[in-house]
Design a protein around this ligand. Structure first.
Ligand SMILES: Nc1nc2c(ncn2[C@@H]2O[C@H](COP(=O)(O)OP(=O)(O)OP(=O)(O)O)[C@@H](O)[C@H]2O)c(=O)[nH]1
Length: 293
């Protein structure tokens, strides 16, 4: 199953785990594979050191043991963060933030369907009011997911007022989940952060915001995190969504990004279709990354 994912280490590791015994070239190959997968140099060194210690402690020369140890080490590190979505409030308000093009709108559509599949009622708020195309795109996803949407009355309307109206409708009509789309780019970073702060403040006049999800594109890997730093610093992010994992060779990014930001991954996007979104389970992810044999 591992080989089907572009981000799997499967093919990179096949040669080394095909050998009879662990030797120096095994370690070199493993280092190359981890760096290529965007674990980053620090985590790569730490993992190698940990595994060398374990191989010595257990006095093994069997590459299959090393593979199991690699999987467990990655799983342990992934599991240090809690991936649970906090959506017990009614309504539970989720603000979705991130730079342009990372897959915010697509994620919102998929997330709406994801929640519908759990029997929840959902309303979307189109609080990216500056781009007509953004509202239209969200509308299309609302239709696909079969959920309601609150659109701005005119373009350029204060995004905070659309957010407020959406939450108000949810409260009035007993809709359980509110998902708010936000702009990815404004002329200035300060303007963007002010806008998000305002949306947050205005919504919280009605009810607390349950989740602020930052969407990151796996194909840009750790470079993309630098672009998103302002969101992490200023918008009270509670969790990460990693998109486009299906087209990425950077499976190690998933571990690196949690450790670098200190934020848990809560959702994973694995394609462009409406059902291509899953929760994040460290055990499953580590197994798909390293392979289970
Ligand atoms: N392969 C793949 N493509 C994705 C995924 N998520 C989003 N995309 C694609 O990425 C592109 C950008 O997605 P959008 O949802 O428009 O991104 P956005 O962040 O809302 O962009 P703006 O509205 O411009 O801010 C689209 O072509 C999506 O189909 C994913 O998990 N896998």
């Amino acid at each position: 199953m591992a080989e089907r994912n572009s981000w799997s280490l499967g093919s990179a590791l096949r040669g080394m785990f095909g050998r009879q015994t662990i030797d120096e070239s095994t370690w070199d190959d493993l280092e190359d594979a981890l760096l290529l997968a965007d674990f980053g140099p620090v985590i790569t060194d730490e993992i190698l050191e940990e595994l060398r210690g374990q191989v010595e402690r257990f006095r093994t020369t069997d590459p299959r043991d090393l593979k199991r140890m690699l999987r467990e080490t990655i799983e342990d590190r992934l599991a240090k963060f809690d991936p649970t979505l906090n959506l017990s409030a009614r309504p539970a308000v989720t603000l979705v933030v991130g730079v342009n093009g990372v897959g915010k709108t697509t994620t919102i559509g998929k997330f709406a369907r994801f929640l519908r599949n759990f029997g929840r009622t959902v309303v979307l708020g189109a609080a990216d009011t500056f781009r007509a195309a953004a509202v239209e795109q969200l509308d299309t996803w609302a239709m696909r997911a079969d959920v309601r949407i609150v659109r701005p009355q005119q373009y350029g309307q204060d995004p905070a007022s659309v957010a407020y109206q959406t939450v108000e409708i949810a409260m009035r009509e007993g809709i359980e989940m509110v998902i708010l789309d936000t702009a990815g780019r404004l002329p200035t970073k300060a303007g963007l952060m002010d806008e998000l702060t305002k949306i947050h403040r205005v919504v919280e006049k009605l009810t607390p915001v349950s989740e602020v999800l930052l969407v990151l594109d796996a194909t840009t890997g750790q470079n993309g995190v630098s672009q998103a730093e302002a969101f992490i610093e200023h918008s009270g992010v509670t969790g990460l969504v990693i998109t486009k994992l299906d087209g990425s060779a950077k499976g190690g990014f998933v571990l690196a990004v949690q450790e670098r930001t200190g934020l848990p991954i809560k959702l994973i996007g694995t394609g462009e279709s409406i059902d291509d979104l899953t929760g994040f389970t460290p055990h499953v992810f580590a197994e798909k990354l390293v392979g289970d044999a």
